[in-house]
Design a protein around this ligand. Structure first.
Ligand code: ZN
Length: 244
């Protein structure tokens, strides 16, 4: 229990590749918590209280561009937030926090993630923009076209406010996204819009393959953790707090 409620799941703590690791499932152990109900604040606060310094978030994303094919991994450098009604700051009366968000993701850690993904022979695109929608519904074809025009490369429901909470807490945050499908209307390839039809099996196949590859990439990151543990995310965050 945190001052912000219970995290979405019990946090598993252990050693992996000689590194202390804490693992939490943001949608709960049974994947029952929808994106707009995930207790992002409690999750990040709980990780912080355990002494976590680097958050490496894995997520599933849909492609807004034909050249970003399902099975490709992405490491975002920017997000566009279109969510609404989510509790998205630790700011309270008399303790106002203004933080820069021009570079929401840790560059040092992102480079390490890209290297790790390449090391396991998986196609990866860096510096992508993730468009965050409210969910839980998927977007329409028209919305997808608009998001691509806005500059979105991939679409997701959970990167905001998770990414921002890490910044407010002085935690380093990096995301590894795996493309499972095309957003409706982008291509004839696998799409979530086929859910309930035999074609949806193609999405599930990509999803399972991506999960296995994600674990391999994370293991590579842990093996080369010396390349990112010295990043200055905590320092950057705390330097920009302004209080009344
Ligand atoms: Zn960092």
């Amino acid at each position: 229990m945190t001052p912000y409620g219970y995290p979405s799941a019990r946090i598993t703590i252990g050693d992996w590749q000689n590194t202390h690791v804490a693992f939490i499932e943001r949608h709960g152990t049974k994947h029952s918590i929808p994106p707009h109900k995930v207790p992002y604040k409690a999750n990040l606060a709980a990780l912080k209280s355990l002494g976590v310094r680097h958050v490496i978030a894995t997520c599933v994303v849909g492609s807004l561009r034909e050249d970003l094919k399902p099975g490709t991994f992405v490491v975002p450098s920017q997000f566009i937030d279109t969510t609404w009604g989510r509790d998205d700051t630790f700011s309270v009366d008399k303790r106002l926090i203004h933080l820069p968000m021009s570079e929401p993701y840790c560059k040092t850690c992102s480079q390490a993630a890209v290297k790790a993904i390449r090391n396991v022979l998986v196609s990866v695109r860096s510096d992508v923009t993730v468009l965050v929608i409210q969910g839980p519904r998927f977007s329409t074809i028209a919305e997808g076209k608009m998001y691509a025009q806005w500059g979105g490369d991939v679409i997701n429901m959970t990167q905001y406010p998770e990414c921002y909470f890490a910044r407010e807490l002085g935690l380093c945050y990096t995301a590894i996204g795996s493309i499972t499908d095309y957003n409706p209307g982008v291509s004839d390839g696998p799409s979530m819009s086929t859910m309930g039809t035999p074609d949806f099996e193609n999405v599930l196949v990509v999803f399972r393959q991506n999960t296995d590859k994600t674990i391999l990439a994370l293991r590579q990151m842990m093996l080369n953790r010396h390349t990112f543990v010295g990043c200055c995310c905590a320092e950057t965050s705390t330097r920009h707090h302004y209080e009344d």
